[in-house]
Structures are given as structure tokens and as C-alpha cells.
Design a protein around this ligand. Structure first.
Ligand code: GLY
Length: 577
């Protein structure tokens, strides 16, 4: 792999005129393409994320001497202001940190927890059926938020700057406002119908007459600024105790919600050891349960390692068939064995065991799709709307942070807490509302993931680091609910196996199969001939109207940082210096 060479070639072919800028920048180490259609190249620091202002805030922190954790925390709070569909203080997520000096990786698990009053039948009606409205769009669908605890824990333990310093740009954006972009205008518009149903969300996101803020108009969020200022002044207690907590609990009590002041005061973000695997010469480092992402990426790569994928050719029918078959087997296991490890003994070591993968590989017919009923979870084992958001940060010291956090659906439950400027997550929908049945992402969920007080719902969030020669080489992640895991895996495979530069790896057409429903979703870009071959093998193929995930990645190679946002969705940005 010679990424600099291949990247230069890609840039040259795509936009020769930009080479003038490249030459002018030659006197300095700064090569900074101010465009979202090309990958950025930088030497000192970089943020790849879903929104421009927040990415630039992160890079500004790096420029001022902050490390990758400082920048990641600043970007996380800024996205809560500029990217309300998924950036948040009312949700939760997973942060994967690589500390260069110690050559160590760790995960901060700030997944939401079920409130103390939540029981396994929370979303069942009198007939025992799942009440989807309650599960998705009520205050009962909110888990105890983890984002503030996670971001503040990361900063306290691994950052260098004060909370006030890293939060100041987000507070200023909320208080003074910022110009609405095309992407934000579109995102709010696409959810307007439901957002307008909640009077508090209506006031937050719309003019008094219910019209949307136009592109270029200034949007201010004074109540969110108030909440952020409380956090900046008092740390995590500014959110989990005191007036902010009182406002959340009062709104819950008045509207059949479950979260109490005691739930908030008791919330803890946890530091966990990442799950690790290998794929050829590469090491994969990713979050452990309660995320299913790390376990299943490693499981699928273990299966795929036994084939000469490069010889099959990128996105050939033979290759996509093997991807789909490995995905099916992993998602079948997910339905049975994955859950919060503090409540259920998840057999991680067995699931990521190479011998187990070899047994699963033997069940794959290279010419025929295995019907889903022939795949039972763990048979050979020894003994999400689809939203969420991801960003990746690298600093000049070699530290890397890759962070995925979410409200679950785009704009969560579309319900905002009065006086806080904050949307509520609907993450309780990631539990098995009725074990053995499917959740919001069509994923079958087992009893291991039933609702229990204090438990974290199973997640697919997968901020991932690929190490090469013992050093970070690729950091990536994606939104997309159940699609996250397969989107991240294919982006990594594109780079590891097919030698793609990060821009190509991020934008190459992807597929997704999650065992049930029995279908292979494909993006446009997979050829009709290939689809026909897959159908002939027995796959049910459906072309997805949208991209399957949206990775935000940084590749670290030859002393350079190569960043790419998946340009097929609007608004993404790579900032570097
Ligand atoms: N809420 C989507 C996930 O955590 O997987």
C-alpha cells in the first residue's frame, strides 16, 4: 500500500486545478483542501466528522495545543449544537482512544442505562404486543443519558485542557447562533412532521409560525447554551444533579417518563478494555459489549480471512456472496448471545475464536446462499431510522480518538425537555421489547437483551481502530444502527485487502445482510450483472435507496493523516492543519 501515491493520483485525476494549491502550500506543512469532495491531507492534526463547524472546532483545539481527547470532547459538545439529529448531550455512545505514549487503547462506554423503574414488559400492551409508539416516541423510550458522563470522563482522565476551554466554542455557537447549512435545513425538514408534534421541540427547531429556519439564517439555542454552561461550570454534576437534572426528572414525572433524579445521579460512564482480533497482518481494536460491533467485526473477519478475497475482486459476486454469508452467521449469533456483559455472560472469547470461525466457514457454500433457517445462532460455537453519528480525531502526538454517539433515531424520540434545549434519546428501543422478536432495525433480539433496571441496551456502535505494525493505521466508524457493523467492516476491508486509499474505501458501494430479514441490501453502484449472479445463488437482493452507513475516517500513513468523510451524504467535513 502506498497511500500517498494513490491519494495524489486520485486527487490529480479528480481535480487537477487543485494542484496549484498543493504547490503553493509546499512551503509549509499545511496542505488543506477546503472542499468536502476530496479527502484532506494534514500532518499535525485532523478531525473527520459529519458537520463542518464542529470539525473545525476540534481542529482549532488541536492547533491551540490540545490533544486528540480534548478535540474529541470539544467536537462532541459542538455537534450537540450543530448536528441535532445525532450529536447530543441527551444520548450515549462509545469512545475508543489510542494513547500514543503508552501505546495503549481503551474504550469509554457511555451507553445509556435503563431507569430503575423499567421492567421487561415496559413496551408491551395489554395483549402482550409491542406498543411501537411508546417504544419509539415517548419519554419512556429514553434511557438515562450517558454522553455528558462519557465526554467529561474522557477529558478528566486523558485530556489536557479544562472543561470550560473545550466547551466554550459549543456554548458560543448555541448562544450566538450559527448559519443554517443546506444539510441542517434538510435534516430538520425531513423530520419536521414529528418534531412539530412536541411543543418544546417545535419551539427549538422552528419559527413561531412553524416554518423552518432557511439556509443561511441564524439559528440560536439559548436554552441549550444554558445547559451547556451548567456542565462547563460544574462538570458532570452540572447535568446529573441540580437544576438540569430537576428539569429532566420533572418533565418525566409529568409525562409518564421513568427517569428520576436518582437515576441521573447514579449514572456512570465506564472504562472498558477493547475487544481485539487479527486479520492477516492487521490488528482490529474495537468496543466490547454492550456494543456488538467489535465482536462481530472480528468474527466476520475471522471467517473471511480464510479466503483469497483480493483474487475474487472487489465487489465481485463471489466476494459479496462471502460477505453476505459471513454477515448472516454473525448476526444470527448477535440475536442470541450479545447484551450488556454486566447482566449476561456474553461469550466474547468463543465468538471471536479463530477455530469457531473455521467451523462457520465450513458451512458456507461458495455457490449457494444458505437459507436463514439453516443458520442457528451459535450452532458451531464451542460450548436503528438508522441514525447515530461518528467522528474521528488524530493529533500530532500520535493519539487517536474515534467516537460514535447517538440519540438512536435521527432526533431521538423527537421530544425535548423544557428549559434545557435537549432532545431525549429513544435508546430503550435497542432492548428486546419482546425477546425473540425484532427491534427498530429489524434485528432479532434475544432474552439476553431484555429490559432490566440499570442495564445498557445492546448497541451496534463500532468506533474501530486498525493497527498495522503495532501502530494506528486506520480509524473509522459509522452511523446506521444495525448497518454500522457491516459498513465499518467493508471500509476496513477496502483498505486492508483492496489497497484503496481512504477516500475510495469510504465511498465504495457497500452491502448489508443481517440474517433476518433474509435479504441482501445493496447500494447503487453494485452492477445489475452482479446482482443477477447473487440472485442466481439464492440471495434476495434489494437496492437500498440510501447509503448503507456513512463512515468518517482517518488513515495514518507515511507520517501523514488522510481523512475522508463519506461524501455521498451532505454536510460531512474533514478539517486538518
Ligand atoms: N442505537 C443504535 C445502536 O446503538 O446500535
Amino acid at each position: 500500500m502506498r497511500p500517498l501515491l494513490s491519494l495524489c493520483l486520485a486527487v490529480f485525476l479528480a481535480a487537477p486545478t487543485l494542484f496549484a494549491d498543493f504547490a503553493q502550500a509546499d512551503q509549509t506543512p499545511i496542505i488543506d483542501y477546503r472542499t468536502r469532495f476530496l479527502p484532506q491531507v494534514a500532518q499535525h492534526g485532523m478531525v473527520a466528522g459529519p458537520e463542518k463547524l464542529a470539525a473545525e472546532i476540534g481542529v482549532d483545539i488541536l492547533r491551540r495545543g490540545g490533544n486528540a481527547v480534548d478535540a474529541a470532547v470539544a467536537t462532541g459538545f459542538a455537534l450537540a449544537v450543530t448536528y441535532p439529529r445525532a450529536g447530543n448531550i441527551g444520548g450515549g455512545g462509545f469512545m475508543l482512544v489510542h494513547l500514543a505514549e503508552e501505546n495503549r487503547q481503551l474504550v469509554i462506554d457511555y451507553r445509556e442505562t435503563a431507569p430503575a423503574a423499567a421492567g421487561s414488559a415496559l413496551f408491551l400492551d395489554e395483549k402482550g404486543e409491542v406498543d411501537r409508539r411508546k417504544e419509539f416516541f415517548s419519554r419512556a423510550s429514553a434511557g438515562v443519558p450517558g454522553s455528558v458522563a462519557g465526554l467529561t470522563l474522557a477529558l478528566e482522565k486523558y485530556g489536557t485542557m479544562s472543561l470550560k476551554e473545550v466547551m466554550q466554542p459549543a456554548i458560543a455557537l448555541a448562544r450566538d447562533g450559527f448559519e443554517v447549512s443546506y444539510a441542517l435545513n434538510y435534516e430538520i425538514g425531513s423530520r419536521a412532521e414529528r418534531l412539530l408534534q412536541d411543543p418544546v421541540a417545535r419551539k427549538l427547531f422552528f419559527h413561531e409560525d412553524g416554518s423552518r429556519y432557511g439556509i443561511g439564517e441564524t439559528w440560536r439555542q439559548p436554552e441549550l447554551a444554558w445547559t451547556l454552561q451548567h456542565i462547563a461550570d460544574k462538570g458532570r454534576d452540572g447535568f446529573y444533579k441540580g437544576e438540569v437534572a430537576r428539569r429532566i426528572a420533572a418533565d418525566m414525572a409529568a409525562n409518564d417518563g421513568l427517569i428520576t433524579e436518582a437515576d441521573l445521579a447514579g449514572y456512570r460512564a465506564l472504562e472498558r478494555k477493547p475487544v481485539r482480533g487479527t486479520y492477516g497482518d492487521f490488528e482490529i481494536v474495537a468496543p466490547p459489549p454492550p456494543s456488538s460491533g467489535g465482536v462481530h467485526i472480528i468474527q466476520m473477519l475471522n471467517i473471511l480471512e480464510g479466503y483469497d478475497l483480493a483474487a475474487l475482486g472487489h465487489n465481485s459476486a463471489a466476494y459479496l456472496h462471502l460477505l453476505a454469508e459471513s454477515m448472516k452467521r454473525a448476526y444470527a449469533d448477535r440475536s442470541e448471545y450479545l447484551a450488556d456483559p454486566d447482566f449476561y455472560p456474553v461469550p466474547v472469547a468463543k465468538l471471536i475464536d479463530k477455530q469457531y470461525a473455521a467451523k462457520l466457514r465450513k458451512t458456507i457454500d461458495p455457490k449457494r446462499a444458505t437459507p436463514p433457517e439453516e443458520i442457528a445462532p451459535g450452532r458451531h460455537m464451542p460450548g436503528e431510522s438508522t441514525d447515530t453519528t461518528h467522528y474521528t480525531v488524530a493529533d500530532r502526538h500520535g493519539n487517536v480518538v474515534t467516537n460514535t454517539y447517538t440519540l438512536n433515531f435521527s432526533f431521538g424520540s423527537h421530544i425535548a425537555v423544557p428549559g434545557t434545549g435537549m432532545l431525549l434519546n429513544n435508546e430503550m428501543a435497542d432492548f428486546a421489547a419482546r425477546p425473540g422478536h425484532t427491534n427498530a432495525f429489524g434485528l432479532r433480539e434475544g432474552a439476553a437483551n431484555k429490559i432490566e433496571p440499570g442495564k445498557r441496551p445492546l448497541s451496534s456502535m463500532t468506533p474501530t481502530l486498525v493497527m498495522r505494525d503495532g501502530k494506528p493505521w486506520l480509524a473509522t466508524g459509522s452511523p446506521g444502527g444495525s448497518i454500522i457493523i457491516t459498513a465499518v467492516m467493508q471500509t476496513a476491508l477496502n483498505a486492508m485487502t483492496f489497497d484503496m486509499n481512504i477516500a475510495s474505501a469510504a465511498a465504495a458501494a457497500r452491502i448489508h445482510n443481517q440474517w433476518l430479514p433474509d435479504r441482501v441490501a445493496v447500494e447503487s453502484g453494485i452492477s445489475p450483472d452482479t446482482i443477477k449472479l447473487l440472485q442466481d445463488m439464492g440471495h434476495t437482493v434489494e437496492t437500498s435507496p440510501r447509503t448503507l452507513g456513512r463512515t468518517q475516517s482517518i488513515m495514518l500513513s507515511d507520517g501523514w493523516l488522510y481523512g475522508a468523510t463519506d461524501t455521498r451524504r451532505p454536510g460531512g467535513w474533514v478539517a486538518g492543519y
